[in-house]
Design a protein around this ligand. Structure first.
Ligand SMILES: *Cc1c(COP(=O)(O)O)cnc(C)c1O
Length: 387
């Protein structure tokens, strides 16, 4: 494993606790207040203190955006009302006629947005397997403008070689976006590996407590940041000051939480791989994962997501999830509490059935978001449910 991310000489834990947050100037409050205001009084027409209307800017959001940028050592952090609003903002960089390569095991909502909202603007999306950069080469077209990576992917936890794909994209004049939601900034730094934009659903690990919906983009490219900021302002998908505050608070414990998610997931994955009830245990940290070496090279931890295939049929799946006592059956992931999800009927129900079949989302597939509870309790919970 590589060392944890540093900013200057600072480790990721220090960055999480301190970055982006300055004591409030009038009172010295150590926590950035919730600036619950829509507008700001001007001393003369056009003369203000840097804020004129909260869609354009709000001090609580400014602090959050500096903190988000710091997490990936980026020059810019731009926050949105949801992860999909962040995806939407990136898609709005495109023009009619453009072509986009999207990894085929992409988050269901991202695929839905591309297929159902953007395809009608004459923007072409090809959903392709990106596990082999050599094969990807032939998929580029003269009008390929964007390459959309997700790694690890959801729910099959495949790994895409960020550096290799970003190099290919650059050679073809296309931008690379990495949806870094599953790894979190603690375990993966896409901008360091050549990506132009890193994206997060802050609803997940960054928020970490299943109490808000949000999204973020990080980039080092000033011109790109300016366009994305304009889209944020003109489109208006900003998060409210209260949500920004909760995220600022969450970020302080992000590194701690991720470490525990990683440790628990490693233990759960090990234990499940010895259970005969599962025909497949998918976790990038297991040596049996076909891309374990790549995961080890580009991530500093494996995060908390573990997918399995339960032997039997859908009735067995239903029985299994109903017997779990600690894992709750729910969509979403990345919170402190453990969740289990059935992609075929839940998160990935909007993925066309033939596409689900092609990539391997079948009725036996279950995805665990391993929380920060006592690892042994989680292992025991799964063991009693398969009995
Ligand atoms: C949840 C998720 C999104 C969408 O984010 P929302 O906050 O739900 O809009 C995008 N990508 C990934 C990988 C996700 O898990």
């Amino acid at each position: 494993m590589k060392n944890s991310t540093t900013q200057g000489s600072h480790g990721i834990e220090t960055i999480c606790v301190h970055a982006g947050v300055e004591p409030e100037p009038t009172t010295g409050a150590i926590m950035t207040p919730i600036f619950q205001t829509s507008t700001y009084v001007q001393s003369a027409p056009g003369e203000h203190k840097g804020y004129d209307y909260s869609r354009g800017g709000n001090p609580t959001r400014t602090a959050l955006e500096s903190s988000l940028a710091a997490l990936e050592k980026a020059r810019h952090g731009i926050s949105f009302a949801s992860g999909l609003a962040a995806v939407h903002a990136v898609a709005q960089l495109l023009n009619p006629g453009d072509h986009v390569l999207v990894c085929d095991d992409v988050y269901g909502g991202t695929g839905r947005l591309f297929r159902s909202l953007f395809a009608k603007y004459d923007i072409h999306f090809d959903f392709v397997d990106m596990r082999s950069p050599a094969d990807l080469k032939s998929q580029f077209q003269p009008k390929t403008r964007l390459v959309w990576i997700e790694t690890p992917t959801n729910p099959l936890l495949r790994i895409v070689d960020i550096r290799a794909v970003a190099d290919l994209a650059r050679a073809h004049g296309a931008l690379t976006v990495v949806d870094n939601t599953f790894a979190s900034p603690v375990f993966q730094q896409p901008l360091d590996m050549g990506a132009d934009i890193s994206l997060h659903s802050t609803t997940k690990y960054i928020g970490g407590h299943s109490d808000l919906v949000g999204g973020a983009l990080m980039t080092n490219d000033d011109a790109l940041a300016e366009q994305l900021r304009f889209i944020q302002f003109a489109g208006g998908a900003v998060n409210a000051p209260q949500e920004c505050f909760i995220l600022l608070r969450s970020i302080k414990t992000l590194a701690l939480r991720m470490q525990r998610h990683h440790e628990n997931a490693c233990q759960v994955a090990e234990a499940l791989s010895r259970q005969a009830a599962f025909s497949d245990v998918i976790f990038p940290g297991l040596e049996s994962h076909p891309q374990h070496a790549l995961a080890r090279a580009q991530m500093t931890g494996y995060s908390g997501m573990v997918s399995v295939r339960l032997k039997g049929g859908f009735d067995d799946v239903k029985r299994f999830v109903s017997r779990l006592k600690i894992f709750s059956l729910a969509e979403s992931l990345g919170g402190v509490e453990s969740l289990v999800n059935h992609p075929e009927t839940m998160t990935h129900a909007s993925v066309p059935p033939e596409h689900r079949k092609k990539i391997g989302i079948d009725s036996g597939l279950l995805r665990f978001s391993v929380g920060i509870e006592t690892a042994q309790d989680l292992v025991d919970d799964i063991r009693q449910a398969v009995k």
